[in-house]
Design a protein around this ligand. Structure first.
Ligand code: FES
Ligand code: FES
Length: 229
């Protein structure tokens, strides 16, 4: 597989990433600098984006810990895709404006994406669940009360936005991405997994990359082969 194909802010996109390339680095290297880097280790949420999986599940993820090849066949939404120039703000953005939920603004794109996901959830029916929804994002200057008020306003409202209008994704297919820096394999059955292990006995096994992402961003680990379980 020469390229990794996915949707970015509703547009078909392809990439030729190294097996260790993070989504945050890839996005910022292509001008999507609204997606912020705070810690690059999964703690602050400034890099939050929404990933849509085949089957339609939408999840916020820390893009600093996501490897680009894992996005094959998925849809990624960033703060850039919510409101086109001249168009009204997304309700999540408007709510943060109305509640005065932003000061310096560095954390704001991450909180916006957290609120966007909340708009499309139907399980934020208790105060503790709505508080928990914000638990992956840090703000150092505004304070959480107005941000929580913005979330309370939009949670579960299912606005008629770009995410809700998105066409369904195709079911998962095996990934075998060869790059000069190494290969990234995502087998989808046992036989293919055992074969990948035989072909690349020293491959780094990953399953979500919340640990391996730290090796990449903090210890600058590089891999000749990655097998995504
Ligand atoms: Fe802090 Fe990603 S940059 S969680
Ligand atoms: Fe400054 Fe949140 S508005 S860190």
């Amino acid at each position: 597989m020469a390229v990794i194909a996915f949707r970015l802010d509703g547009v078909a996109t392809s990439a030729d990433p190294a097996p260790h390339e993070t989504l945050l680095d890839w996005l910022r290297g292509r001008g999507k600098t609204g997606v912020k880097e705070g810690c690059a280790e999964g703690d602050c949420g400034a890099c939050t984006v929404v990933v849509v999986e085949p089957g339609g599940v939408r999840r916020t993820v820390n893009s600093c810990l996501v490897l680009v090849p894992s996005l094959q066949g998925r849809s990624v939404w960033t703060v850039h895709g919510l409101a086109r120039p001249g168009a009204p703000l997304h309700p999540a953005q408007a709510a943060l404006v109305d509640t005065l939920g932003s000061q310096c603004g560095f954390c704001t794109p991450g909180f916006v994406m957290c609120l966007v996901e909340a708009c499309h959830r139907d399980d934020l029916d208790a105060a503790w669940r709505r508080a928990d929804q914000l638990s992956g994002n840090l703000c150092r200057c505004t304070g959480y009360r107005p941000i929580q008020a913005a979330l309370d306003r939009v949670a579960g409202t299912r606005p008629d936005d770009a995410l809700s209008a998105e066409a369904p994704l195709e079911p998962d297919q095996p990934v075998a991405h060869a790059h000069a820096a190494g290969v990234y394999l995502a087998p989808t059955d046992w036989d293919a997994l055992w074969q990948a292990r035989a072909d690349h006995p020293d491959a780094r096994l990953v399953a979500g990359t919340t640990d391996v992402g730290l090796d990449v961003t903090q210890r600058h680990a590089r891999y000749a082969a990655v097998i995504d379980l």
